[in-house]
Design a protein around this ligand. Structure first.
Ligand code: 5AD
Ligand code: SF4
Length: 441
């Protein structure tokens, strides 16, 4: 059958869609980019904010018309919204055929075969450790690949639905991760992105207490990956600030291939709000950790996630977030307006900050960010950067794009020998609003 997969949400969902796609291909199906050409439509959904759920439901609702014309069409939902709502989705969307929870994703080929044969409607959402990381279940022909190393989350930040829809934190075995990385490197992959809701907690058996300064299974994993021939770059997202202990920081310094960019979710710069969010650090802890990391690796760049308008966030609390963001000088930031999630702890708190005020705070942080990015980019003009070449620019087919280890996007004119996945030196000649321009050396 021809199968179209549409993905919403985070990189873990992208990874799962890729793995499910590879399993379906293995089972004899073909993946298609066009929804109109498909016999099966599979939506991989997100629940992290209400807007994400509304978007997916709107899209799936719209598919009803398509199904009226083509009653054989099979429509399914997987991912976090599937887990959260389960058979309520079947009731709400009468043209939907199946719902696969996060612990059941690996059963997609079997479920699709069953529905094609019997035309039953199914919701499979039994909690189970996620078993989607089949070794080698990647799409082909790529120089970059994502590897999930932990799944689920034990932290229970009060605003967050993830621990409820992705389950308890589980780390994959080191052997299976290394085997997957070696296989990818042998197939031409040059960059790997390690994924987890809490990657730096890798190997700690779900214990949320930060480990002693000399203990970091994540550091050991990075060191082993750093030795794999063929791999050039190792990225990871997202770590929780408390896990950057001495052991991990010294591994970051030692491992040449581990990129000098950290996505380090802050969420708020106010201790009162951090506490209400059940984040187990203070603004000072965060500030000190960034300083310690910068002392170890001066060129490190940082990106972050911040929530504005958490219940009870006053103008003062917001100002502390804004000040801390400006002080740290994040090179990138994702700013979210607080959205109560039924099931998460904070949903019982009154959503005190109005939509307009959330938007105002959001826009202030965005304006700061834009101004800061402009300055950072301008400061790089005249430098030479090592760039991992990605391919033709989506904006201008005469140019290629690539990325520095510090995660800046660079556009340049290709030469005859440029290849996706190649590492090249680029002299930066000009800064744009969000990216750099340069010349291959
Ligand atoms: N409302 C707004 N933002 C949220 N995030 C998680 N839950 C919520 C919520 N209920 C944000 C956090 C997290 C990112 C992935 O999404 O900032 O780091
Ligand atoms: Fe959600 Fe907090 Fe876990 Fe991140 S660490 S997935 S924000 S509960």
């Amino acid at each position: 059958m021809k199968i179209h997969i549409k993905t919403y949400g985070c990189q873990m969902n992208e990874r799962d869609s890729e793995a499910v796609g590879a399993m379906l291909t293995e089972a004899g199906h073909t993946l298609v980019a066009e929804e109109n050409a498909a016999d099966v439509l599979l939506f991989n959904t997100c629940s992290v904010r209400d807007a994400a759920e509304r978007k997916a439901k709107g899209k799936i609702g719209y598919m009803r018309k398509l199904k009226q014309h083509r009653p054989d069409l099979i429509i399914g939902v997987m991912g976090c919204m599937a887990q959260r709502l389960g058979d309520r989705l079947l009731a709400e969307l009468p043209h939907l055929d199946f719902v696969l929870g996060t612990g059941q994703t690996h059963r997609a080929p079997e479920i699709i075969a069953q529905i094609a044969a019997d035309r039953v409607r199914l919701a499979e959402t039994a909690a189970a450790p996620e078993e989607i990381d089949m070794l080698g279940a990647h799409g082909r022909n790529s120089w970059s690949a994502q590897i999930a190393i932990t799944r689920g989350c034990n932290r229970f930040c009060s605003y967050c639905i993830v621990p409820y829809v992705r389950g308890r934190e589980v780390s994959r075995s080191r052997e299976s991760i290394l085997a997957e990385a070696r296989e990818l490197a042998a197939a031409g992959v040059r960059e790997i992105l390690l994924l987890g809701q809490n990657v730096a907690a890798y190997g700690l058996n779900g214990d949320i207490r930060p480990p002693t300064p000399d203990h970091s299974p994540f550091a050991e994993l990075l060191e082993a990956l750093n030795e794999i021939p063929g791999l050039e770059r190792i990225r990871y997202t997202s770590p929780y600030v408390s896990y950057f202990n001495e052991r991990l920081i010294s591994a970051l310094v030692r491992c040449r291939k581990v990129c000098h960019n950290i996505h380090l979710p802050l969420q708020s710069g106010s201790d009162r709000i951090l506490k209400a969010m059940n984040r187990q650090y203070t603004a000072a802890d965060y500030r000190n950790k960034v300083a310690e990391l910068r002392r170890a690796i001066p060129e490190l760049t940082f990106s972050t996630d911040v929530i504005v308008g958490f219940p009870g966030e006053s103008e003062d609390d917001f100002r502390m977030t804004r000040d801390l963001m400006n002080e740290v000088g994040f090179e990138q930031a994702y700013i979210f307006k607080y959205s109560p999630r039924p099931g998460a702890k904070s949903a019982s708190l009154e959503d005190t900050v109005s939509e307009e005020e959330k938007l105002r705070r959001n826009n202030l942080l965005l304006a700061d960010l834009q101004e800061r990015i402009g300055r950072k980019l301008a400061g790089l003009v005249g430098t030479t950067q090592e760039v991992l070449c990605e391919g033709v620019s989506s904006r201008n087919i005469g140019r290629w794009t690539g990325r520095t280890g510090t995660n800046f996007v660079v556009h340049f004119e290709p030469d005859a020998s440029v290849r996706p996945g190649a590492l090249r030196q680029v002299r930066i000649t000009r800064a744009g609003g969000v990216s750099l321009f340069g010349e291959l050396l």
